[in-house]
Design a protein around this ligand. Structure first.
Ligand SMILES: Nc1ncnc2c1ncn2[C@@H]1O[C@H](COP(=O)(O)OP(=O)(O)OP(=O)(O)O)[C@@H](O)[C@H]1O
Length: 366
């Protein structure tokens, strides 16, 4: 977790629904300028947690503090909600113009007319909506409607913003463009954010901290690399831990042949990133080849490492090998190869993978 100042703190929260406890969170915090992604299967309690942080969910026990001050009375909850914006999967637009929709949060907060005009114009521009300001919000495409709901949320100049699957069901290019716009504004304005998402690469790209939930509880939280590479239990491993994800920095770029420096080694890959770019190297276990002894005929793979098997786990027809090659690496082998290579925990092996099988993601500084 970051050492920054806590903004929102929640303690001893329990929410029951229909006689069943659906949320049981001893403590949860959001820090200043922090971006958290909440991930977990359907029904894990992600949306309920967001609503509870805003006092919009009846709870059995629990306290919320904002900047160290208790939020308890109706006036304090209202004040917290006014500092916060929420963007939902359903954009929930009013039957009015795009301009009126973006202005609605400002009107509610009693902002003056001139200020409303100027702020709405700013966010219509930032979300590429200026040309449709007078269009009916009911006649927008799904992507345009999401843009309006984002513009409306940012226009109120929130200190904290909650996103509950805001980009679900959008085509990948639209989704990518919207997340980039949103990310830029959040960083520019130093807004703290919590994103509920089912898209793990989105969580990885956007957040400084990932919080994994299951059955109403937080089962793990940490930096994206920590959660992805060191899942605390089988549930998290099955949910997120299918790839090796290494924090790295591009060391050089020769005609799009990149060398990325990671803790404990250097990885060759391909891409456009300039030296110094902070990245994650994602390597799928099925793309890693394990051999014993140095291969006599070097394959076309650019990446070759000597390593050791740290752990072996059965996974249906495969075995999953956790390797230490100076950095952690996960590989799959069939049961047949496992027997042929006479593998065991502690055995020295050789691991290789192609430059083209390394998937690079931009990394936010933590
Ligand atoms: N109106 C309701 N009455 C009773 N139980 C409910 C109600 N709404 C949600 N729940 C239960 O509360 C739990 C948490 O639901 P929640 O919507 O917070 O999960 P989620 O992680 O956001 O799921 P999803 O990814 O599907 O959106 C689930 O077990 C759900 O079945």
């Amino acid at each position: 977790m970051t050492q920054q100042q806590h903004l929102l703190d929640l303690k001893e929260l329990r929410v029951d629904r229909g006689g069943v406890t659906v949320l049981d969170i001893p403590s949860f915090s959001l820090c200043q300028n922090e971006f958290i992604s909440l991930i977990g299967p359907n029904g894990a309690g992600k949306s309920t947690l967001l609503l509870s942080l805003l006092g919009l969910m009846k709870h059995e026990t629990g306290t919320v503090t904002y900047r160290g001050a208790a939020v308890a009375s109706p006036a304090q909850w209202l004040d917290l909600r006014r500092r916060t914006a929420m963007v939902l999967q359903d954009p929930l637009l009013f039957d009015s113009t795009v301009f009126d929709n973006v202005a609605s949060g400002l009107k509610l907060r009693g902002v003056g007319r001139t200020e409303i005009k100027s702020r709405v114009a700013t966010y219509l521009e930032r979300f590429n909506l200026a040309h449709m300001a007078q269009r009916s919000a009911r006649k927008l495409s799904g992507g345009e409607a999401r843009r309006v709901s984002l513009a409306r949320a940012f226009a109120v100049d929130p200190e904290v913003i909650f996103f509950d699957e805001p980009f679900a069901n959008l085509d990948p290019p639209t989704r990518q463009a919207l997340t980039e716009d949103m990310d830029r504004i959040i960083r520019d304005r130093g807004i703290a954010a919590i994103l509920v998402t089912h898209d793990q690469s989105e969580a990885l790209r956007m957040s400084q901290r990932i919080v994994v939930m299951n059955a109403g509880r937080i089962v793990q939280q940490g930096t994206p690399a920590a959660v992805m590479n060191h899942p605390v239990n089988e549930f998290v491993a099955n949910f997120v831990g299918m790839e090796t994800i290494l924090e790295g920095e591009v060391a050089n770029n020769r005609h799009q042949q990149l060398t990325v420096r990671v803790a404990g080694g250097e990885i060759d890959t391909v891409g456009d990133d300039a030296p110094g770019t902070q990245v994650y190297c994602c390597i799928r276990p099925e793309n890693v080849t394990v051999t014993v002894g140095h291969p006599e005929n070097k394959s076309s793979a650019r990446n070759h490492f000597e390593g050791r098997i740290v752990e072996i786990a059965a996974m249906g027809p495969f075995l999953k090998l956790r390797l230490d090659c100076g950095f952690p690496l996960t590989a799959y082998v069939t049961r047949e190869s496992f027997t042929e290579l006479a593998l065991y925990e502690g055995k020295e092996i050789h691991a290789s993978f192609k430059a083209t099988s390394v998937h690079l993601l931009p990394r936010r500084a933590v």
